[in-house]
Each structure stands twice: as structure tokens, then as C-alpha cells.
Ligand binder design. Structure first.
Ligand SMILES: NC(=O)c1ccc[n+]([C@@H]2O[C@H](COP(=O)([O-])OP(=O)(O)OC[C@H]3O[C@@H](n4cnc5c(N)ncnc54)[C@H](OP(=O)(O)O)[C@@H]3O)[C@@H](O)[C@H]2O)c1
Length: 305
């Protein structure tokens, strides 16, 4: 049994990780504005941007591993709140990395595929990042701050989907709920990614933690697809009307922040480290579907205070 401090424990990744492993490991989750109840792990409430909070949390939780999932993860919010985005996504991870180094705690910092410009895709860990919006720039600054302070930290660049407490945190939920309500939607045919289902991601992170992996890792599916195709597959798996999804280019969508068209990640380093193949898109969507059939989204809604 390992003692974890999980920041962002009300978020899509942090909550699913803490629920997945809350009974096997000792987990102390940190939330900010979204309080939780009836969860199988201890919950602390804190604003990580406040001075002294990180040190106090680490002293209180005394973890062996910190999984740092907290972030300002909404791309458009980052665009309108630059300073807050920099504080949360860049400075906080750097400060946490120093504390982890000084106390000998293994830090796992969650970053993003969006550090790349998306001009060509299939990016390896050695490729040069070139972030295209405030979210991505601040996340890259966070990675660099972590690596400068603490070379033993694991920096996982990810993309994922799953069920969340708000029902609005992931693209898969967005497709599912809108299609269920028979709403017309747009699906980008020219934006490619290789997301993992969030429980698959949590399990891979746990395997990397067990191996004490450090440095940058691309933690994604080995199979890429367009966002339009992703929506089509969700519609098919859930028996929803896929013709409600209109194929469009992201350039026609009037978004505030620029999008990077091909953010597919090369996962050879992950394959070699795990000696295993990361899940395919069908495996991920099947898990997303089976969780739905088991009533998991409803259970999550009851966890919100
Ligand atoms: N979702 C994706 O597909 C995706 C893709 C690439 C990378 N990532 C990265 O993966 C990580 C997890 O993302 P996610 O989708 O799980 O994010 P999310 O659902 O938006 O959750 C963000 C979490 O951060 C917490 N938080 C934000 N500001 C905070 C503050 N000042 N103090 C304390 N906690 C704060 C939030 O707490 P409250 O909700 O309680 O306020 C929430 O628990 C992030 O690093 C993100 O950049 C996500």
C-alpha cells in the first residue's frame, strides 16, 4: 500500500484515479471549488496558488507519491486569465517539484499533448515543443519548472476522456450527452489525437509509478483518430444517431484559442518501458461504455457536495 497525495481530486483524472485506487492505496485528495462526499479516500480543500499551501499539504499528508493533476485545464479560460493560468499551470508545479525533491517524494506531474504545435503529429519525447495558446505555453513552462527542480519527477504528457462529476469535463461526455438529447453537433475532421479512457490512463500511471519511472513520457493510445471519428464511434457504441454530428474544420468554428491540428503522440518509449501495448480506441470506448452500463456516471453525480 502506497500513500498518495492527489491534487485535482475533483477533476476528471484525479477523481477517477482516486476512485480506481482508493481502496488499494491510501489516498489523500485535494480539491478546490468542487467539494466531494462519500468518497473512499480522504479529502482536503485548498487553493494551491496560496503561499505556503503546498508545503503545508505535503507535511499534513506525508505522502510517498504526489500525483499532481490540478491545473487550469480549460483552454479558453486560460486565454482570458493569463496570470492565473501561469500561476496554476507553471509556478505551482515548479514549487511542488522543489518540495518533492527536498523530501524525497516521487512526483508525477501531468502535462499535455498540446505542448506541440500539431503541424505533423507522431511526436516523440525528444521532439521540440511549440505551444500555440496560453494553456499550452503555461503547461510547457510547468513541465520545464518541474524538470529543472526535480529530474526524478515523472512528467506524463497525456490526453484522455471519461466520466466526471459535472458531466462536462470530457469530449466523450460532450458527445454522449448532446447526442442523447438529439442535439446537432460539430466534429472536427482535421484535429487528430490519441486519447486514453481515464481509467486506462490511471492504471498505466500506476504501473509507471511502481517502476519509479522518471523524465518525460507520452502516455496515450497508440491509435490516433480525428475528433469527428471519435464522436462517430461514441454514437455507434451507445446506439445514438451519428448523423447528428456534422463534419467540420476547426478553422470554421470561431474558437477563442488556436487549436493544433495533429497532436498524436509516439508511444514507443511507453511500450518499451511497460513491455506492453497501450489500449486501442475500441478498448477505451468499450470501457467508457461498460462504466456507463454499470451506472458509474450517476454514482459520480452523487459524490458532489
Ligand atoms: N482532459 C484532458 O483531455 C487533458 C488533456 C491533456 C492534459 N490534461 C492535463 O491533465 C491534468 C488533469 O486534467 P483534468 O481534465 O482532470 O482537469 P479538470 O477536470 O479541469 O480538473 C482540474 C482540477 O484542478 C483543480 N484546481 C484548479 N485550480 C486549482 C487551485 N487553484 N487550487 C487547487 N486545485 C485547483 C480543480 O479543483 P476544483 O474543481 O475543486 O476547483 C480540479 O480538481 C491537467 O494537468 C491537464 O492539464 C488534460
Amino acid at each position: 500500500m502506497t500513500r498518495f497525495l492527489v491534487t485535482g481530486a475533483s477533476g476528471l483524472l484525479g477523481l477517477n484515479f482516486a476512485l480506481r485506487f482508493g481502496e488499494q492505496h491510501e489516498i489523500i485528495g485535494v480539491v478546490h471549488q468542487n467539494r466531494l462526499r462519500n468518497v473512499p479516500f480522504q479529502v482536503l480543500q485548498a487553493d494551491l496558488t496560496h503561499l505556503g499551501v503546498l508545503q503545508a499539504l505535503v507535511e499534513k499528508a506525508n505522502p510517498e507519491v504526489i500525483l499532481h493533476c490540478a491545473a487550469l485545464a480549460n483552454v479558453d479560460t486560460c486565454e482570458s486569465q493569463n496570470d492565473l493560468a501561469y500561476r496554476v499551470n507553471a509556478e505551482v508545479p515548479g514549487e511542488l517539484a522543489k518540495i518533492a525533491r527536498d523530501t524525497g517524494i516521487h512526483l508525477v506531474h501531468i502535462s499535455t499533448d498540446a505542448v506541440f504545435d500539431g503541424a505533423r503529429g507522431n511526436y516523440t519525447e525528444e521532439d521540440q515543443p511549440n505551444p500555440q495558446n496560453t494553456y499550452a505555453r503555461t503547461k510547457l513552462a510547468g513541465e520545464q519548472a518541474v524538470q529543472n527542480a526535480n529530474p526524478d519527477a515523472l512528467v506524463a504528457r497525456v490526453n484522455f476522456y471519461g466520466w466526471s462529476i459535472s458531466g462536462q469535463r470530457s469530449l466523450a461526455e460532450h458527445f454522449f450527452y448532446n447526442l442523447s438529447a438529439r442535439k446537432q453537433m460539430k466534429g472536427f475532421t482535421d484535429v487528430f489525437f490519441c486519447p486514453l479512457e481515464v481509467n486506462h490512463l490511471a492504471e498505466i500511471l500506476m504501473r509507471l509509478i511502481t517502476l519509479k519511472a522518471s523524465g518525460v513520457y507520452h502516455v496515450a493510445s497508440g491509435e490516433a483518430l480525428s475528433k469527428y471519428n471519435f464522436g462517430q464511434r461514441i454514437a455507434r457504441r451507445f446506439g445514438l444517431d451519428s448523423s447528428l454530428i456534422q463534419p467540420v474544420s476547426w478553422r470554421e468554428a470561431g474558437l477563442k484559442a488556436a487549436r493544433s491540428p495533429n497532436l498524436t503522440l509516439n508511444v514507443d518509449k511507453l511500450r518499451n518501458t511497460l513491455d506492453d501495448e497501450p489500449p486501442t480506441q475500441d478498448q477505451g470506448l468499450e470501457r467508457f461504455y461498460q462504466l456507463f452500463c454499470a451506472g458509474y456516471p450517476q454514482r459520480l453525480l452523487t459524490l458532489r457536495q
